[in-house]
Design a protein around this ligand. Sequence first.
Ligand code: ADP
Ligand code: ASP
Ligand code: MG
Length: 812
Amino acid sequence: MKVLKFGGSSVASAENIDKVVAIVKEKSEEGKLAVFVSALSGVTDKLIAAGKAASQGNEEYKDILNEIENRHLAEVRKLVPIANQSSVLSQVKKLLNDLENTCEGVFLIGELSAKTLDRIMSKGELLSSFIISEKMKAEGLNAVLKDSRELIKTDSNFGKAAVDFETTNLRSWQYFNQAADVTVLPGFVASNENGETTTMGRGGSDYSAAIVAGAINAEVLEIWTDVSGMMTADPRVVSQAYPIEKISYGEAFELSHFGAKVIYPPTIQPVLEKKIPVWVKNTFAPDDAGTLIHENGNGNDTIIKGISSINKIALLSLEGSGMVGVPGFSKRLFEALAREAVNVILITQSSSEHSICVAINEADIIKAKTAIDSEFAFEISVKKVDPLIIERELSIVALIGDKMKNHAGVSGKMFSALGRNGINIRAIAQGSSEKNISTVINEKDVKKGLNVLHEEFFEKPIKQLNLFITGAGNVGSKLLDQLKKQQRFLTEELRLNVRVVGLANSKKMIFNDEGICLENWKEQLSNGEPMSLTAFAKHARVKNMRNSVFVDNSASEDVAQVYKEYLKSSISVVTCNKIAAASEYQNYRSLKRAAMDHNVRFLFETNVGAGLPIIGTLNDMVRSGDRIRKIEAVLSGSLNFIFNNFKTGVSFEEIVRQAQTEGYTEPDPRIDLTGTDVKRKILILIRESGVAMEMDDITSDPFMPADCLEGSVDNFFEKLKEHKQVFDDLYTAASARGEKLKFVATYDNGKASVGLRSVAPDHPLYKLDGKDNIVLFTTDRYPDQPLIVKGAGAGADVTASGIFADIIKTVL
Ligand code: ADP
Ligand code: ASP
Ligand code: MG
């Protein structure tokens, strides 16, 4: 005989019940079935709400009852053929009348005992089992309704009654000895020795089915629900979770005990004793394999089977010098908690015995505190024990797997994955069974923690990378383009799933946790909400996603101001904006420090030479112990364009104008010509070489007469015209020597300067076309021939690809 249980969502509507009946029909061809059903989904909650409202003298309970009534009557009308409807409707009404009477009683006396609540709650399953059995009969099945209260006997602990297995087993065995083909039974409900209705705890229908499966030594227990098995994590929190193929009883128990709602934890015990296999199956996808819970995992099982979590946890810490070496302290602590029926979920004790830490449900805080304060009142008064420390808003996240005990390094991997993502661990416990490693973390970090661990232990090596991008202009849109094109490659080749979860320009911003569709981001962005840097940062912080990166494609000072906030929230920063790295040294250092302290990256390769690997190369040299002696570089595409095209027959003024028109310079070309931009770049290289330097420490040799710098841009061009001879002389002098003019940045022996130089043909800087950049590093390891990096140093496409590379570097 098989025992099947269909949960609340499986029987939520007439349409779903049709699916249940189809499954039962098919199964019944192979043998007899006991079919337990839950209440229609949501009904138990509604019943509790009605009872509570009634007990508070709130007439709204009647509305709730009406709603319950209408829902059930409607289901009957849809499910049962017209010919049988009136008798079924009248039975249903009878149950509903009884419910109404009970609630009215509660309303009148203004009190709701646990016993009465059980009577109220039981109606959910009594109604559903009756309706479903009638539907099965109408479908031609040889189906019988059996009230489980006649089979399952419990004590009188209403709300969570304990089963009297001896009586229950005997009654069930006798009954099912000669049962019909299909016996439909209400889950969740039972009765005490006086025949009063009891229930077995929320979610208890699973347990009812397991109790009977154990009693009759069923061939199998099938738990039919709305997911395709027990999954590696709660699918509502971890979208990448997937069904576990096989799992041991012990593992299934631990997973459910630590929050995997899919099975009510006590369910495992009755089937474990008789070694009855349990299948968790999906009513809505019956062909999916589902999960087999059985005696032992097979040989090639994974080490970790699942991850689960419990929210609303409080941590109590009892500390004090008086506890060291004194036997019986923990005994007194646990006894005090037990007396108040406080359930201890996790315990840790430091090896110094100086403190004991226990995790309990937040709801039990007051009971626990009162119990502990009174138990240790004397010790607290003589200061042998400190007053109890209570921390709340915590959660337990647990890794479950039988094989953990034989494998080193699981906990290390767990802690470092959490740590890398800025998740602080408050306490740790490894169950003595070693099936379980639990950590206590802040409740706000749970979603992130579960996803981080899931990624670490199950998705490997697919990593999720979550980008918050500001700046969607030239560089930004190229970056989005490249991201879109590379998505497949990244997933297939690098096992990296890169999603843009936040996107903003200076006016609008949009978010999508699952990743903004990059096909039509422009349109989406134009319909976004108004951009606010603070709101954007807050969103990224609150979402608290693992592997988050803030990408700044702007040149804005305001954006550069908020980097620190991101870094402090364990979000990496990748930017082509030079402002932060070239700001006061103190600020640059503190950003680097913040990145280090929070285990994230602050990367700005594109600050110098766009996509060229200049900073990366420099970092590699310095990290491996090389020392930078000298840097010579041409770092301005605009100045290069100007001096490459400045020749006899063309005036300097004309060429600067052309550069301006073609967009090679800033709108005010003086920003380029005075070398401010180049100064910033060499400053960043010097700092990355390990030298503390400020902008003002860099000298610049002006090559333009001073009055060119005064007044408007128009005035500037006028002055260039006026001083034509000055520039022509510079050119003629250089070309007379066979040399070329280059705007060069130099760092040598602790001193830095920028300025126009005349460069001889044998110098590496001589041959530099178009907008190319070049950097020469002379170091201890490259003392004679410098290490040279050369190539296109400007342009949206190459800048975007440099940013792209930095983004990838944050996780690889
Ligand atoms: P039923 O009504 O069938 O008893 P439940 O709602 O009690 O179903 O349990 C199924 C739900 O449990 C799933 O819809 C899922 O959201 C949740 N759940 C939490 N953790 C897990 C897990 N590890 N595996 C599968 N489901 C889980
Ligand atoms: N209907 C009960 C509840 O919601 C029992 C169950 O569904 O398992 O808790
Ligand atoms: Mg359930």
